[in-house]
Design a protein around this ligand. Structure first.
Ligand SMILES: C[S@@+](CC[C@H](N)C(=O)[O-])C[C@H]1O[C@@H](n2cnc3c(N)ncnc32)[C@H](O)[C@@H]1O
Length: 284
């Protein structure tokens, strides 16, 4: 089944043009994933903002579910605070790297990896029971999930009432992209984001990423979660694939990044970033 039914009845590919799903694409990127942050200042800035929000939001959580952990960039930091993380990802290669790093840092006992996509986390109920986690997060991963609507119920079933769930999702309208005329310069990426999905390169593959407006995300999560906060990641810095512009800013970059952090929670900037980070709370 390579086709996915859209709300308007049209179909679009579930897999990228090469017939590879996102988990397989991240398998082939896994060994180089951590280096991307060193090479791309926008990814590095976004990663740092995301980690700050995860730490702050999950400060009082102890038993945490992570969806789309990748090679464990955030998993290791959260586990090093003394918390236990059940880290899920459809990419087995990424999980193998995470386990290696956990072993190296003496964190293996605090990190359990499971080869699961967001749409399959319900299977964790058999192993851990219902309402056992007191926090969950999914950084930059839920946009790869072909059907986001199946996720809220599954995460809610695993969370204790009142627990936080933080997720960053590819945004439908990215102001910096529009201002920089990316829809004309990069129509495949920027115009399709406006249509609700686009293709992004992952290693040598091209994968489908879905984009949502904050209103759509709030509606999808509404019956099970109430919204506590929204941030743009990044807000006034362009998306990672326009990182050359950020490099060109040279010594102005730190100031630009500080300004980005000051504005990322402010209306209207918080609704028009490349990704939007949502702090939900599981309803009781
Ligand atoms: C951009 S990486 C982010 C990894 C990590 N959260 C981080 O911030 O470094 C996206 C991750 O989402 C995972 N992924 C792809 N499809 C997914 C799905 N349907 N459900 C959950 N995760 C998925 C990929 O395997 C990859 O590890």
């Amino acid at each position: 089944m390579h086709e996915l039914m859209l709300a308007n009845g049209a179909t679009k590919p579930r897999k990228g043009p090469g017939g590879v799903d996102s988990g397989q694409a991240y398998d082939s990127l896994a060994s180089r994933y951590d280096n991307l942050l060193l090479d791309n200042p926008v990814l590095a800035h976004s990663a740092s903002v995301s980690l700050g929000l995860v730490k702050e939001t999950l400060a009082s959580s102890q038993h945490i579910l992570e969806i789309g952990c990748g090679t464990g960039r955030e998993t290791l930091e959260i586990a090093s605070l003394g918390k236990v993380v059940v880290a899920c990802d459809p990419s087995n290669e990424s999980l193998a790297i995470l386990r290696q790093k956990a072993l190296h840092r003496g964190l293996s006992e605090r990190i359990l990896t499971r080869n699961l996509s967001a749409s399959k986390v319900a299977t964790l109920v058999d192993e851990f029971g219902k309402h056992t986690f007191d926090g969950a997060y999914a950084s930059f991963s839920l946009s790869y999930e072909p059907d986001l609507s199946v996720v809220p119920d599954q995460v809610w079933d695993l969370l204790k009432p009142g627990s936080p769930f933080l997720c960053s999702i590819f945004n439908r309208f990215c102001a910096s992209e529009i201002v920089l005329l990316a829809p004309f310069l990069l129509p495949r990426r920027a115009l399709r984001r406006l249509e609700g999905w686009t293709e992004l390169p992952v290693d040598k593959h091209s994968v489908i990423v879905k984009s949502y407006t904050p209103r759509q995300v709030r509606r999808i999560f509404a019956p099970r979660f109430s919204l506590r906060g929204v941030w743009a990641i990044p807000a006034i810095i362009p998306p990672h694939y326009l990182h050359l512009l950020v490099r060109l800013s040279g010594p102005l970059r730190p100031a630009w990044e500080r300004f980005d952090v000051r504005l990322n929670h402010v209306w209207p900037f918080r609704n028009f970033g490349s990704h939007t980070c949502y702090h939900f709370q599981a309803t009781g």
